[in-house]
Design a protein around this ligand. Structure first.
Ligand code: 5AD
Length: 353
């Protein structure tokens, strides 16, 4: 699918055409990754951050109490995740300047030896030395959304550190070199994002040959520069991508079509727009993974990258309900790690060459 075709799908609101898009995405999902839905246990272990992303509620300087969980508390969450059928634990934090590479390496090592889960990191732009140490400690995967392929918009929403030349694409290239499973993605409807930009983003997913692709709607946080003055950031009317459920679902479906054998989560942001049926909607349009929040509630409250996150309304037995919801739409709960089928294909191609 080329950019102009992607763009055409992004701008259609014809119900018959959309039904075709949903069907194509669901068929590609079934053919390429099957019916299993893999659960990942998400641990938001630190909300410390020294970046100033204009959309994010835990940006440096935001008025939120800061926390970093202890190693023991993080390992306990991983154990709970394992007991809830999460074959993967995702360790996520802000770009925490006081997090030491050795500290996190030790936690990765402990989780790998105690639960045997796949470990995914989502801790921002870090140095090659740190990434290599964590890979050595047993980390399997790394998530770093590039957020937008438009370099001007990127600079506006994600101010670089002084003298910094390394960007997120450089980090993604390092991760690939180190043989991580590489995940990325974008927000849909970010102020300033046009349909052309978003079509480029989707083409970029294929170019980067990603193992995981997370997309969700942008959710406005009033206590951020972008939330306080949306108009100042927005693209001209007619060009600005809306941050609504239908558009985000189109991006999920198109992602499945451009990257058929990658892992695609039904994201929390999508569930935030539709708490009752957001996960099911995404599962029926290409998604095959769900992240279950395992962060202790006292900390979860403080990890407010955007307001009213769906996980704030989830009860302690949410994973039980979620499994019922998965089977009620004709899918199965995946057993094991749920590695990227894409990665297996890439490795097979490498050994043939
Ligand atoms: N709305 C939606 N998604 C957001 N993220 C951060 N802030 C917001 C927001 N206001 C997403 C970013 C980031 C991921 C961890 O959460 O895409 O990469």
């Amino acid at each position: 699918m080329d950019r102009s075709e992607i763009r055409k799908w992004l701008t259609t609101d014809d119900p018959t055409e959309l039904a075709t898009l949903w069907r194509m995405a669901d068929e590609a999902r079934r053919r390429c990754v099957g019916d299993a839905v893999y659960l990942r246990g998400l641990v938001e272990f630190s909300n410390q951050c020294d970046r100033k992303c204009t959309y994010c509620g835990v940006r440096a300087g935001a008025d939120v109490p800061r926390y970093r969980m202890t190693g023991q508390a993080i390992v306990d969450c991983a154990r709970r995740a394992a007991a809830s059928d999460c074959g993967t634990v995702v360790l996520q934090s802000g770009e925490d300047p006081d997090l030491t590479a050795e500290w996190l390496a030790d936690i990765i090592h402990r989780i790998k030896s105690e639960t045997g889960q796949a470990v995914t990191l989502s801790v921002g732009e870090r140095s090659d030395d740190e990434l290599a140490l964590w890979r050595q400690a047993g980390a399997d995967r790394y998530l770093l959304r590039f957020e937008t392929s438009d370099p001007v918009l990127y600079q506006r929403v994600h101010p670089p550190r002084p003298q910094e030349s390394r960007n997120r694409f450089d980090v993604l290239a390092s991760l690939r070199r180190m043989d991580y499973e590489v995940g990325s993605g974008v927000m849909v409807g970010l102020p300033g994002q046009t349909f052309d930009t978003l079509a480029n983003d989707l083409a970029m997913f294929a170019e980067l040959d990603l193992d995981m692709i997370g997309v969700g709607p942008y959710v406005e946080h009033p206590a951020t520069p972008m939330g306080a003055d949306r108009e100042a950031f927005a693209a001209p009317a007619g060009h600005q991508v809306p941050a609504d459920q239908e558009t985000a679902l189109k991006v999920v479906a198109l992602t499945r079509l451009v990257c058929p054998d990658t892992n695609i989560p039904a994201t929390t942001a999508l569930a935030t727009l539709d708490f009752a049926a957001g996960y099911e909607a995404a599962l029926g349009r290409g998604a095959n993974v769900i992240m279950v929040n395992m962060t202790p509630t006292d900390f979860r409250r403080l990890y407010e990258i955007y307001p009213a996150k769906a996980c704030m309304r989830e009860t302690a037995d949410f994973h039980v309900k979620l499994k019922r919801r998965i089977t009620s739409v004709g899918r199965t709960v995946g057993a094991g790690r749920g590695d990227s089928p894409r990665r297996e294909t890439r490795i097979a191609a490498r050994s043939e060459a």
